[in-house]
Design a binder for this molecule. Sequence first.
Ligand SMILES: Cc1cc2nc3c(=O)[nH]c(=O)nc-3n(C[C@H](O)[C@H](O)[C@H](O)COP(=O)(O)OP(=O)(O)OC[C@H]3O[C@@H](n4cnc5c(N)ncnc54)[C@H](O)[C@@H]3O)c2cc1C
Length: 320
Amino acid sequence: MEKILDLIIVGAGPAGIYAGHLAKEANLNYIVLEASSEVGGQVLLYKDKPIYDMPGHVDILGEALVDALLKQATLSHELKRIHLNEEVLEVSLIDQLFQVITSREKYRSKFVLLTHGGGMMLPKTMGLLHEEATKNISYHVSDPSLYVNQKLILFGGGDSALDWAHYFMNQNTDVTLIHRRHDFRGDERLLSKLKKNIVIKTPYKASSLNINNEMVQSVIIENLETKASEEIQCDHILVFFGSVPKPHQLLLEGVLKKGHKLKVHTTMETSLKGLYASGNGITYEGKLNMITTSLGETATAVGNIIESLYPEKTKSYQKK
Ligand SMILES: Cc1cc2nc3c(=O)[nH]c(=O)nc-3n(C[C@H](O)[C@H](O)[C@H](O)COP(=O)(O)OP(=O)(O)OC[C@H]3O[C@@H](n4cnc5c(N)ncnc54)[C@H](O)[C@@H]3O)c2cc1C
């Protein structure tokens, strides 16, 4: 028989990750659904930027904040509750339960918390003709064994590109790393190891793809200084150019239009009973788009959901 969840959290930016932590603390049966291949939401856009307005921190890098939130939310076995690469497409209310349809599954839940923020964080592509119709270009590694003993081209200059280049360098993979600048943002020591073991080409960009049967056979790359082109054969391509936000596509009859922000009561409940929202996807007078406000709203939302589900779990200091 289908199991009915207590709570479905939509989006794993700061608000969604923190909501997962609070739900775990109250022993709710919950899941967090994230469209992207990584948690962190908008913070993925500024991983290396110091954040100066987080309480308790003089400053903290975006990436370190996401790591800390995730560590708090996923202590031990709880990681499986955060589903990556699962976009929520539709939320509806059927027989007093929410039905949530995603790109993979259909779920039923007593409560839904929308923490979809500034939209879906999607990987930045190379912007090449027919790129999206190919089967051997990926923007994250889901199954590392796919690339072992293969000819792999990796694009990017940050930590993800360097970390995976290093990983595959030790897997008998023929790795070529291509970056548009001579300087890399990733770890210096890793880079010097890579320089000794794999082909690194800078400053290059991909200018076109040779495709056969939806498979890229080779890439034409262009030297950004000399403008000279060359062709590199490949079995697979991995692109690590970071993420871009795309307006959410969620639709909820009478409550939410595609790309619009949600109105909430002070409890963070929307006009639909049982549907809550917090973070950058909501609006009210005086709303500020900040991590701290997103987290505060999330505490209010989850606190009120817990109070409705299991009033005995509400802590005495939280009582009104
Ligand atoms: C460049 C930049 C610098 C910033 N600097 C600061 C700063 O210094 N201090 C500060 O406080 N704030 C800063 N902010 C703002 C801060 O990042 C946001 O306020 C915060 O990320 C909001 O968190 P959130 O969880 O509400 O939403 P988001 O971070 O937008 O996360 C939403 C998540 O939901 C996912 N999602 C969306 N739709 C769906 C769907 N249909 N199905 C599944 N998943 C979905 C997205 O992929 C995303 O992961 C900055 C923002 C930017 C862009």
